[in-house]
Design a protein around this ligand. Structure first.
Ligand SMILES: Cc1ncc(COP(=O)(O)O)c(C=O)c1O
Length: 371
């Protein structure tokens, strides 16, 4: 590195702050076809299955790239020319699944809801009842654009009742919120190394029912994003078909040991909730308002309305100069910004962030934020 880059605390939806142990674990070169790497990779996949309560009847398949690559690989592989997927969307990431299915030429029904209200279960029920041709349902668990937590349990019950295969984008929730894949009869769950599992970016993974995957040969119209072929490759020699993100795999393996030491997902969820409550109360004290009603919030990320007398770029730049990175909003109807509660951060870091925000507001001589 030619110029020294200042260390910053990330309050974003990911990539996130990782621990020093995780970062240190990336300082290694391993051969992608070497026994050491194969062992680490194999162990990691079975740990991920256990974390989702999906050890039996499921397989965990990693794919190079960010979360979107994992989603594209999943929908490419699992949907065939007969499938029709109902895509439930109340934000940017639900819309991304719609875009993926459009691009890869799969049959889908988009069902869009307001970004700031809970998904209406009765409406979804009626559509599933009426449309017998629907084979799959896609749901984003935590819609990271607003921070809303969508009703996974209720929707998985509907899918069970109407015998639809449920595909869940749990990119920003897996590892931070307990999900029982088997009990909820989730057909496939997609997540990423660099969110609540607190690894570094480089790959995502899909936990898929073996029964569905075994019927997915030749569905994908792509060589590298074909999870059926990825599975066959692992079955043959336990190796990735194409260059794996070695350091990201080793880092996640270390992060999962740290997750275990923290007390598993239950304790991580408690830490994120503590961050969330500290954030919410501090921001409210300063006069900020949340975009969502609080009963809809996840402990993952919070969207705040941008007050009329505050310029977000001013706030962002000044926080960044002081070593704090927040995130722009992505709500279509309103000006918002986001602050994440996840990653290797604790409530003391939230308090540091809050005090920096307060100083910046006072510097601007804003006494009261106007909404
Ligand atoms: C719910 C959800 N789905 C999909 C994605 C896309 O992941 P990526 O940006 O890693 O491609 C994100 C990213 O934040 C997300 O939060």
């Amino acid at each position: 590195m030619s110029k020294k880059i200042k260390k910053k605390l990330l309050f974003t939806p990911g990539p996130l702050n990782t621990s020093d142990i995780t970062k240190k674990n990336t300082l290694i070169d391993l051969g992608s076809r070497d026994d050491d790497f194969i062992r680490i990779n194999k162990r990691l996949m079975s740990q991920l299955l256990k974390l989702g309560n999906a050890s039996k009847g499921y397989v965990c398949l990693p794919i190079q790239g960010s979360g979107t690559f994992g989603l594209e690989a999943t929908f490419s592989t699992l949907l065939n020319y007969k499938s029709k997927i109902l895509i439930l969307s109340n934000g940017v990431y639900g819309n991304r699944i719609i875009n993926i299915c459009k691009k890869i030429g799969k049959k889908f029904i988009p069902l869009k809801f307001n970004e700031n209200s809970s998904m209406p279960i009765d409406k979804i029920k009626k559509i599933l009842y009426k449309n017998k041709s629907i084979s799959h349902v896609a749901l984003v668990h935590c819609e990271t654009s607003s921070g809303i937590l969508n009703p996974l349990n209720e929707i998985s019950l509907l899918c069970k009742k109407f015998k639809k295969k449920l595909i869940v984008d749990a990119m920003s929730s897996f590892g931070g919120i307990s999900i029982n894949i088997k009990k909820n009869n989730i057909d496939t769950l997609v997540s990423s190394a660099n969110k609540c599992l607190e690894g570094i970016p480089g790959f995502s993974f899909s936990i898929i029912k073996k029964n569905s995957l075994s019927k997915s040969k030749n569905n994908a119209n792509t060589l590298s994003l074909d999870l059926y072929e990825q599975w066959k490759g692992f079955q043959k020699n336990n190796q990735w078909r194409f260059t794996p993100p070695i350091q990201a795999i080793v880092a996640l393996s270390s992060s999962l040991n740290q997750l275990k030491n923290e007390g598993g997902i239950i304790n991580r969820n408690k830490r994120y909730k503590k961050n969330y409550f500290a954030l919410l109360s501090g921001m409210k004290k300063m006069g900020f308002n949340c975009y969502l009603n609080e009963n809809l919030h996840s402990p993952i990320i919070v969207s705040f309305n941008i007050p009329k007398n505050l310029d977000f770029n001013f706030l962002y730049t000044n926080l960044s100069k002081r070593g704090f990175v927040i995130y722009p909003g992505s709500i279509t109807s309103q000006k918002t910004f986001r602050i994440g509660c996840i990653g290797n951060i604790h409530s003391k870091h939230i308090k540091m962030l809050l005090s920096a925000i307060k100083k910046i507001i006072l510097k601007k001589r804003i006494k009261y934020l106007s909404n």
